[in-house]
Design a binder for this molecule. Structure first.
Ligand code: AMP
Length: 319
């Protein structure tokens, strides 16, 4: 598979690298790292990384202007389904490669490099690069490390295996960079966001079955002076609360006339609930977009029901 990917990259003079809408560090870093590796090794090729950026991640790296390239190869990172690929018309590309760690949704019609067990798309790219003789450098490794650390939520999940730490150790040893500077790029945030986090902690409803949920309305977003995307990303800061097994933020996004539902779990598998509402994601980290708070509350009801079933199974098993 790695050889096939490299062969395909070598074959094309024009390459476009895309990822999912609602950019996050793994999506961004995987596409930028891949772009930079190809540029470093094949300076004669035209390679662009595209998609809507976010001011929050602007200091991580710069995306390229969208432009139409003839006879181009499309590489999509961190995205399992075509409908969520940002700024891409698949019909305009001659070949496609997918590099992803989400549960499989659909075949893009080209090479599919999928590892559901991987912490991140960046990890998969690290492994791919290790199996090639492509030249890399410390800034490329820093990008890959950033995406990996972000998507594994600093190594909190089962994807943090000894193999993963060996992989990281190999890269950090060979291509050192300033780790504290890297964490600043990833985690520095304004006080407003911390204050909003405090608001969420204070106002989250927690049911007796362990479901935590909170609507983050446009009013609240304005009151705290944050943007909707940053508010939606706060979900990742509420892990390891004793009374909460599944937690949900319902973030109003006025600009796109939708409510972003973010769901996390450290108990039952939740992605099938997200899928029921045309969303998706990982077993324990999923999301969906709905139009109204009423619809959002239906998801809450389903998750509460899921937790009731989960708790009774746990009790039946004597745990
Ligand atoms: P989020 O809570 O928005 O960070 O999303 C968590 C996970 O769910 C990510 O892996 C997303 O790819 C996935 N996800 C979020 N929203 C959707 C959606 N509308 N459709 C499919 N997958 C989604």
């Amino acid at each position: 598979m790695y050889k096939k990917i490299l062969k395909m990259i070598k074959r094309y003079d024009a390459i476009v690298i895309a990822r999912h809408i609602g950019v996050d560090p793994d999506a961004l870093c995987s596409q930028l790292a891949l772009r930079d590796v190809i540029r470093l090794n094949f300076p004669e090729k035209k390679v662009i990384a595209i998609g809507t950026g976010s001011a929050k991640f602007a200091h991580i790296g710069k995306l390229d202007k969208l432009e139409k390239l003839d006879h181009a190869l499309l590489i999509v990172t961190d995205t399992p389904d075509k409908r969520r690929v940002d700024s891409v018309d698949f019909s305009q590309f001659s070949s496609v490669i997918k590099i992803d760690h989400h549960p499989f949704v659909e075949d893009f019609g080209g090479i599919e490099l999928i590892d559901e067990k991987a912490s991140s798309a960046c990890e998969i790219i690290m492994k791919f690069l290790m199996h090639t003789k492509l030249q890399i450098n410390s800034s490329i490794v820093e990008l890959l490390y950033m995406g990996l650390v972000s998507d594994s939520n600093r190594f909190l999940f089962d994807s943090s295996t000894p193999e993963l730490f060996s992989l990281i150790s190999y890269y950090l040893d060979k291509y050192p960079f300033d780790l504290s500077d890297c964490y600043q790029k990833l985690y520095m945030r304004p006080l407003n966001e911390v204050r909003l986090e405090g608001y969420i902690a204070l106002h989250m409803t927690v049911t007796e079955h362990g479901l935590g949920y909170i609507p983050i309305t446009n009013e609240i977003i304005h009151e705290y002076g944050v943007d909707s995307a940053s508010a939606g990303n706060m979900i990742n800061n509420f892990n390891f609360i004793k009374e909460v097994l599944v937690w949900v933020t319902m973030t109003e996004d006025i600009k796109n006339n939708q409510i972003r539902i973010s769901i996390r779990s450290r108990g039952p598998v939740i992605n099938h609930v997200a899928e029921k509402y045309h969303g998706g994601g990982h077993k324990f980290a999923s999301g969906a977009r709905v139009k109204t708070m009423e619809e959002a509350m239906k998801i809450i009801d389903d998750l509460e029901q899921l937790l009731i079933e989960y708790q009774s199974e746990v009790t039946d098993n004597g745990n």
